[in-house]
Design a protein around this ligand. Structure first.
Ligand code: FES
Length: 176
């Protein structure tokens, strides 16, 4: 009889210890998953911080593109900066304007046609004059511009501040 009791108790122990073990392993798994998620977040924060050209040490986004020296840009010319997503236009009077290459219709990238002296959109055939003003719709308004800063003989473009406009006027041109 005593022997039978011991046998029954050990059966109970086995039955009770199984849920405790699976609960423990479940919690272990949850902690493991949380650890991985935390690791991924840390990685994202650090990679964002150290990504070249994206952020500076104060954590603000770096958006100033140094296009080159003033003297490098011929008068009456348009220079593509496709990685910065703009064209730098230099007018005959020496002024500069940075024109977004994003079409104001549905956002395709416009191309500069040197022969026609126009920006052309390959998607739905909008075209824009050298100031970025619409010649042919469906684009509803001129191409956006970006602020141009000229410092110590260098032309810089702030690609973080696109300027939406409804028309061209000479105040949009920056001079050295
Ligand atoms: S996206 Fe340029 S005309 Fe449609």
């Amino acid at each position: 009889m005593k022997e039978k009791n011991i046998h029954t108790n050990s059966k109970l122990e086995t039955r009770n210890s199984q849920p405790a073990t699976s609960r423990r392993s479940f919690l272990k798994r949850i902690w493991g998953i949380l650890g991985i998620v935390a690791g991924i977040e840390m990685l994202a924060v650090f990679s964002g911080f150290f990504a070249p050209g994206k952020r500076n040490l104060s954590g603000t986004t770096q958006t100033l593109v140094v296009a080159g020296n003033v003297a490098d840009f011929k008068l009456n010319s348009v220079f593509p900066f496709r990685s910065g997503k703009f064209y730098l236009a230099r007018f005959s009077d020496g002024g500069f304007m940075a024109i977004s290459l994003k079409c104001t219709h549905l956002g395709c990238s416009v191309l500069w046609n040197e022969d026609k002296k126009e920006f052309m959109c390959p998607c739905h055939a909008s075209s824009f004059d050298k100031n970025g003003v619409v010649i042919n719709p469906p684009a509803p308004r001129p191409l956006d511009t970006f602020p141009v800063i000229i410092e110590e003989g260098k032309v810089k473009v702030d690609i973080g501040k696109p300027v939406r406009r409804l028309a061209f006027d000479r105040s949009q041109i920056t001079y050295a």
